[in-house]
Design a protein around this ligand. Sequence first.
Ligand SMILES: [Ca+2]
Length: 147
Amino acid sequence: MEQHRIGRVCANPPGNDRGQDRAGEWVEVIVGPSGDLGGHELQHRVFPSGRWEALHRFPEGFKLVPGTPVVVHAGHGRSGPDPHGVYHVFTGANWRLNNDGDIVRLLDPRASELHRRELRGDECEGTPSGRGPGSLPAVTPPRPFGS
Ligand SMILES: [Ca+2]
């Protein structure tokens, strides 16, 4: 069964990395058949140390319809679905993807790597538009595990 995977990435949006629009950097995760991203962690590799840094850990109970694009942003914004069927998560965090090359990866709750993408660092793969108007998937809002 195909697992959750990393989709598009915006590692180097227009403007200076030190600018105010921190939400311009993002990584898209495509929800796999289980629909459950709870406990999964998105990471990137810090340059030059090579250690892995968490971009976001999805809370327990974070479930969406399989195939939903989930765009995980640095910085602040309003989390939730947009009219194009894309679910946005604003982490409020200050991370940056390296513009000279980076690796992003997705770990399952047991810290096993499900998928990774190696980046040149200059990617900004378009505004995530999802599947178009009228195809907004039903969204199960995140809720505490076991509720
Ligand atoms: Ca960057």
